[in-house]
Design a protein around this ligand. Structure first.
Ligand SMILES: [Zn+2]
Length: 275
């Protein structure tokens, strides 16, 4: 009796395991593309005339490893289901992707090897870095753009961040949002995102509370944009930079006005992390 049962069970597993994955085709394409990259990595740098005397022969160093991710960018998908996002990232014509997608129920899809470059940041800047995709990991949270983030989803995110932070030694300040790196162009993740909770766990900056009440007029000469620039914001569009800052650190305040509270928070962040 035992054997037929085991046989039936393995058949069920085999059938469900094979036929239930609708992404077999894109998984195959992934492997093909990865193999092409491996071929690039295997090439020893050729001897090339760079203006001076050309070397007589190629010589490769023996001391190297893979470049590691140095930052994590958090997004919301602005789509109506996790399935739609995952599907979009498997379609070559969409030209967008992320390393991870986290569904509302906490399900994690790891869609791209951490060492490879995903296409999630677009035109962005943080500090002196403009090609954010080159060194970052992209995490997309299933969210339509306006709703709160599900607890199971945040718990799954926190577990993932713990692994990424320890594996790649990513500093706390390098956990940032898409809105942070693309002021005026992106607003994700939305104002419901729990940055304060994340910062308490070691991901991203947060200011000391309560915020000190400055004497009226005492901060009039303080240039808030200088502070935002020190934190990392692209301040070429000053209103957009202030809006991005407020979305992250003062989500209850929808106005881009630079008031004393915003200045106090910026000063606190700069003194805490950038001195
Ligand atoms: Zn985004």
């Amino acid at each position: 009796m035992k054997y037929p049962f085991i046989l039936a069970l393995s058949l069920v597993i085999a059938v469900s395991g094979c036929s239930s994955n609708p992404y077999k085709r894109s998984n195959k394409m992934y492997k093909k593309q990865a193999k092409e990259l491996v071929r690039t990595l295997l090439e020893v740098p050729a001897v090339q005339p760079y203006g001076g005397k050309t070397a007589a022969y190629p010589v490769a160093t023996t001391n190297f490893n893979l470049r590691q991710p140095t930052s994590v960018i958090i997004h919301h998908t602005a789509m109506n289901s996790c399935e739609s996002t995952v599907r979009a990232f498997t379609r070559p014509q969409s030209k967008v992707s992320a390393h991870y997608v986290i569904c509302k129920d906490g399900t994690l899809h790891h869609m791209l090897n951490d060492y490879l470059r995903a296409w999630h940041a677009g035109v962005s800047r943080w500090g002196a870095t403009a090609d954010i995709n080159a060194g970052s990991l992209g995490i997309e949270l299933d969210n339509n753009g306006y709703e709160p983030f599900a607890e199971a989803q945040i718990n799954s995110l926190l577990a993932l961040l713990a692994r990424l932070k320890s594996t790649y030694r990513i500093p706390a300040g390098a956990f940032i949002s898409h809105a942070d790196i693309a002021p005026g162009r992106k607003v994700d993740p939305n104002a419901h995102f729990p940055w304060k909770r994340l910062a308490a766990a070691g991901y991203g900056y947060w200011y000391d509370e309560p915020v000190s009440q400055p004497q009226p007029g005492s901060l009039d000469s303080y240039n808030a944009l200088d502070g935002l620039r020190l934190i990392g914001y692209d301040t070429r569009d000053s209103a957009a930079a202030m809006s991005a800052f407020k979305l992250h650190f003062m989500p209850e305040d929808k106005s881009p006005v630079v008031d004393d509270r915003a200045k106090s928070i910026i000063i606190n962040l700069v003194n805490k992390y950038k001195q």
